[in-house]
Ligand binder design. Structure first.
Ligand code: ZN
Length: 366
């Protein structure tokens, strides 16, 4: 049962779902297929027959990896600890995360056959029966022999790190900054190529006190905007909310907005009239700190926040706005991705910072 207290508690979570926001995206069914068809025809994405599950071409992966390198240079001065996990996490950690309270329909669990010879025979009989039907009508009765495993698919790249950080004991005085990247799973089959079921998130995650996390988020709203500017894509940062499930979901979403816990950087991807969240800037307050008992050096419950880069979405936005021939992309974008990436990012940060300082001065003068 969901009491108001539960809802209030959830509302402060700012639960991180970088790639699922529906805050500014129009209905996709009517608008998306054209761009999707073009991507498939060009071979940039490879159809698997399942909506939202694609192969990627060499060209697509090359662009994605170069964007990833630019993100590394953008965060290098933060000296983040680099951690990589497989796209699965311990089921008990997932249960603790309270993800199922907010996003039950998006979660993906992993099941395996754990039975005996009799069970195996039942499985094969059910499978034989199923094979006589077409793909779409196939019975899933054989899956009755499958049992939940102790692992689930990762819903957001930062989820695996919180229990790991908690086990290390109190945070150092400066807190911690972690660099993660992972394939993530969300069960939301769609024809919008910007809404995949399995996609990569690159994240920087900050753990510390509220001040440290808020400063981190502000810095990344600026740096994320810089990256998108350097990529010559339109920049629009907006207040956002996660797609919380159920009757209480609206209240939680409204509260998340009222507390300004989540911002997104939106870029038109599938078509010019709808915008897709390509980056998100999340402040979880002490939600994860309280769940996993992560402490600051003074014993206070740690706050956390993260910036998430939707790697496929940024890559798709580049193809959308600059065309499918990467050799014909604007010179400055080519220089950033295929040239002196570190130098251009450093120069951009220096210029961007002075622009921001000038804007702040101008504001102070006014
Ligand atoms: Zn995150």
């Amino acid at each position: 049962m969901n009491t108001m207290t539960d809802i209030a508690a959830l509302a402060t979570a700012g639960t991180d779902t970088t790639d699922t926001s529906t805050s500014a995206t129009a209905p996709v069914a009517a608008a998306a297929p054209t761009f999707r068809d073009e991507l498939l025809a060009a071979g940039l994405l490879i159809d698997t027959g399942e909506d939202g599950l694609y192969g990627r071409s060499q060209v697509f992966e090359d662009v994605l990896e170069r964007v990833n390198v630019a993100i590394t240079h953008l965060g290098a001065d933060q000296a983040p600890e680099v951690l990589r996990f497989p796209p699965a996490m311990r089921r008990t950690d997932f249960e603790d995360s309270e993800y199922l309270k907010s996003f039950p329909t998006l979660a993906g669990t992993i099941h395996s056959f754990c039975g005996n010879d009799g069970g195996h025979r039942r499985l094969l009989r059910a499978l034989d029966d199923a094979m006589t039907d077409s793909d779409d009508d196939r019975s899933d009765e054989w899956m009755e022999q499958q049992k939940p495993t102790r692992v689930v698919l990762t819903p957001a790249a930062c989820y695996p790190i919180y229990p790991v950080m908690a086990r290390r004991g109190p945070l150092p005085e400066d807190g911690r900054t972690i660099d993660v990247m992972s394939y993530c799973f969300r069960h939301e089959p769609s024809l919008d190529p910007g809404r995949m079921q399995m996609f990569r998130q690159r994240e920087y995650v900050r753990l510390g006190n509220a001040e440290q996390v808020m400063a981190f988020r502000q810095m990344w709203i600026e740096r994320g905007s810089l990256l998108v500017t350097l990529l010559q894509l339109p920049v629009e940062v907006d207040l956002a909310n996660d797609p919380f499930f159920g009757r209480g979901g609206k209240i939680i979403a409204d509260s998340q907005r009222a507390q300004a816990l989540k911002f997104e950087l939106l870029i038109p991807v599938a078509n010019p009239d709808s915008k897709t969240a390509c980056l998100s800037f999340n402040y979880h307050m002490d939600h994860f700190g309280a769940i996993w008992k992560i402490e600051c050096d003074d014993g206070a419950v740690a706050h956390t926040g993260c910036v998430g880069f939707g790697m496929e979405r940024i890559t798709l936005a580049l193809f959308r706005h600059h065309g499918f021939d990467v050799n014909a992309w604007p010179d400055d974008v080519r220089a950033l991705l295929w040239g002196d990436t570190a130098g251009i990012v450093a120069q951009g940060m220096a210029t961007h910072t002075s622009t921001l300082a000038a804007a702040a001065d101008a504001g102070a003068d006014a």
